[in-house]
Write a protein that binds this ligand. Structure first.
Ligand code: RUU
Ligand code: CO
Length: 253
């Protein structure tokens, strides 16, 4: 089983994604193109590179170009610092090839919202907060002022990556998002994941805005407030996706 990506494969993938993001008008800077731009969500997902990013086979991997990640704490009253890690500002664009997915996950802190820039987005989510008491997620313990749209049932033709079916089983609501649709808000603590339709002509290019993105990568940490350096705010339901997110296994030769 393939558990690495070659330098050539990785750079071809990310350069293609960068070209698409730039063609879509996204402000991609050189510093946003690095060895953490691509997310391969688990060692079992490198198999995607055997037949290439255009094979349309189901795997969990995609790219993120992040143009803003700002704690936005300046000017707050000091008492607000206690929960300021729930706020902040982030602007990113995500590129998902046909048949590929961002794994099922939730964030304790981050509320995010999407705008499709190119292609179509298959969005899957849990419209209610699902309790994970061991992970400190209990719907009854948090503010909930409104409900999410219930969405529809999954289409019959979605093919999930092998072995990941269980992780997606509680994301019972589905919506297809297109360019020009209203922004779609995904409140914190709700399970979500998304993909690009397997038969699409172009990858999905989707812009995400959110609160501060507490990502577990080295690059993201450099600019952080010291108090926030150890915060990881992403929980992927597939255990190997959590480990895979930390670093990519890129083989130089
Ligand atoms: C998209 O839902 C996302 O939250 C990205 O912003 C990364 O954090 C991983 O998934
Ligand atoms: Co998310």
């Amino acid at each position: 089983m393939r558990d690495y990506v070659t330098r050539r494969e990785y750079d071809d993938w990310i350069n293609e994604c960068a070209a698409l993001a730039i063609a879509c008008g996204y402000p991609v800077q050189d510093s946003m193109i690095n060895d953490s731009t691509g997310l391969v969500l688990g060692s079992d997902q490198y198999e995607a590179f055997v037949n290439g990013m255009w094979s349309r086979e189901p795997y969990e991997l995609f790219a993120i170009f992040e143009s803003v990640n700002e704690p936005a704490v300046d000017g707050l009253p000091p008492a607000a610092m206690e929960y300021a890690d729930f706020g902040g500002l982030c602007d990113k664009v995500m590129i998902v090839h046909p048949g590929k997915f961002c794994s099922a996950h939730f964030h304790w802190r981050k509320t995010e919202y999407y705008e499709v820039v190119l292609g179509e987005m298959d969005l899957f989510y849990a419209p209610e907060i699902i309790d994970f008491p061991d992970l400190d997620v209990v719907g009854a313990d948090v503010i909930q002022t409104k409900s999410m749209p219930t969405g529809g049932p999954w289409p019959d033709d979605i093919v999930l990556p092998k072995g990941r079916e269980q992780a997606w089983s509680q994301l019972t609501s589905y919506q297809r998002l297109r360019k020009g649709d209203p922004k779609f808000v995904m409140p914190r603590k709700h399970l979500h994941g998304f993909g690009c339709p397997a038969d699409a002509r172009t990858p999905l290019v989707v812009r995400e805005n959110s609160g501060y993105s507490h990502e577990p990568t080295e690059v993201g940490k450099a600019t952080l407030l010291p108090e926030w350096q150890s915060i990881h705010d992403n929980h992927f339901l597939a255990q190997s996706a959590n480990a895979g997110r930390l670093a990519n296994n890129i083989r130089e030769t």
